[in-house]
Design a protein around this ligand. Structure first.
Ligand code: GUN
Length: 298
């Protein structure tokens, strides 16, 4: 039997590889097409976790050789003022990707903000036009970063052909469960979407060749729910107290899962690092689409 360490899918390493590929494509676009992809990140308010996420996004955008535009706005900003900023960014030719960090203050309608972003610059892939394009298999879809990162990690473990695998997705959110299910279907998996009302969830999970956990409940998926040889992709990031210490755990009981699975993503260090790398890739793809160029990264 493979040792436990060899079963861990190293999201940090896969993300670093992707960032390197993105940086090479940025160099090609800059040198051959005089095109420097640009990402604008908008942060409203002073939430410390959001500040950390935004700082990492800005740093990694610059490290990939792209232009980074960063807008900090006070929590008191009105919805109209925020929509005006988005209009300005939609019209700015140096900006190819726009990301408004969520959550937004309660007086702002998140849906209205997301829908105001030009779909061709919606590098989060949250706009209804991009969800529709994903559903229709339209190549111009900008795909949400976390679901796309899950597919890259599944392929890291299983190889590029996922055809015929039974994928069970636990969770049906708009930002992970639904889009990852569609992506798995595009990869020719047979897909089951399970959720809080699913009967005998354990039995459904036991049929999975690929299990994607996106429920937001710490260590909810038990070791004996996992079929021997299954590939487990854990999207959860939950902070818990254990033995008097604060720690991050996923939606899967990792120590138990690794006894059964062929491969498991750890938390932290699995899906998390992929999200920003996928955001950078989306920015390059958006810059190419907007300028009528073929991106050499997919
Ligand atoms: N807040 C936490 N994760 C995300 C993300 O992926 N995109 C945006 N816009 N906000 C977030």
């Amino acid at each position: 039997m493979a040792d436990a360490k060899s079963k861990i899918i190293d999201g940090k390493a896969v993300a670093a590889e992707l960032r390197e590929t993105v940086a090479q494509e940025v160099t090609r676009l800059t040198e051959h097409h005089n095109l420097v992809p640009g990402l604008a990140v908008v942060l409203v308010g002073e939430d410390p976790a959001s500040q950390v996420y935004v700082r990492n996004k800005v740093r990694q955008t610059e490290a990939a050789g792209m232009k980074s535009f960063h807008f900090d706005r006070p929590p008191s900003i009105s919805q109209d003022e925020l929509l005006e900023l988005i209009d300005t960014l939609n019209a700015d030719e140096q900006v190819h990707g726009i990301l408004v960090q969520l959550p937004l203050p309660a007086h702002i309608d998140e849906g209205a903000v997301i829908e105001a972003i030009s779909p061709d610059k919606d590098v989060d892939g949250f706009h209804a036009i991009n969800s529709g394009r994903l559903l229709n298999g339209n190549a111009r879809a900008l795909v949400a970063c976390t679901p796309r990162g899950c597919i890259d990690l599944a392929k890291k473990a299983l190889g590029s052909d996922l055809s015929g695998k039974h994928a069970v997705v636990v969770g049906r959110s708009n930002i992970v469960g639904k889009p990852v299910s569609i992506l798995l279907l595009q990869e020719n998996c047979t897909v089951t979407i399970a959720h809080s009302r699913t009967q005998d969830l354990a039995a459904v999970c036991r049929t999975a060749d690929i299990l994607v956990a996106a429920v937001g409940r710490p260590e909810f998926i038990q070791g004996d729910w996992i079929k021997p040889g299954c590939t487990v992709i854990d999207v959860g990031i939950n902070r818990i107290e254990r033995d008097g210490q604060s720690r991050l755990v996923g939606d899967v009981d990792f120590d138990a899962a690794i006894q059964h699975a062929a491969a498991v993503t750890p938390v932290p260090g699995g899906v998390g690092p992929m999200t920003i790398a996928c955001l950078l890739r989306n920015t390059v793809i958006a810059a190419c689409n907007i300028n009528g160029l073929q991106s050499q990264i997919k």
